[in-house]
Write a protein that binds this ligand. Sequence first.
Ligand code: HEM
Length: 186
Amino acid sequence: MCQHASPPTPAAEHHCACQQQAGPHPGKRVPAAPELILPEVPFPSLRVIEALGEHGLRQLVAQHHALLRQSAIGHLFAQDAAQFAQLVERVADFVVEACGGAAQYTPAHGHTCMRTRHFPFTIDEAAREVWLTLLWQALADCAAPAAVREEYWAWMEPFSLRMINRRTTKAQPARWGYAEMAARHA
Ligand code: HEM
């Protein structure tokens, strides 16, 4: 669990219907508020695959998922080794295709609505934090060049917000900016 999560901005506060007021309030109106803000997701330029190659991207995905398997959210993933290996392959196919490499995911699995594909798995804010923390570690383990790391992170950090399908906090999930992460791990 991240100990350094940024506090939510006031604009991102979630208002619950009670508004801290006891007793009946006939005619009260509770302002509309978004349950989950989903920011823009900038997919990477060709620079990422040019720098890492398809092989490097596959290694990154494999390392990330090897770490996930051993983590506090390891139970979310296929426990059987062969099924887990197939999952890693599917994620790598998706990542390579999304980065501009060979198209192997879409022809085999169809439309890539990742949010929908994650609905069968219970993913809350804390699970996202584990997932992102281990992505940061995998990027370091794979010695990805800093510029590539920043671009990949700028894609995955907002993208991961879209996988949250179970809220366990009222505040908007913390944003994990690249500069803040880099300073924290300097
Ligand atoms: C599949 C968790 C974010 C790409 C999965 C599965 C889980 C999971 C549990 C299914 C595992 C299985 O079938 O054994 C998470 C969590 C995330 C996250 C906790 C963080 C919030 C992402 C992001 C991407 C992604 C940002 C974008 C690249 C995929 C892909 C699959 C997958 C491509 C395979 C989908 C398929 O079956 O075709 N993820 N995920 N995930 N995830 Fe994620």
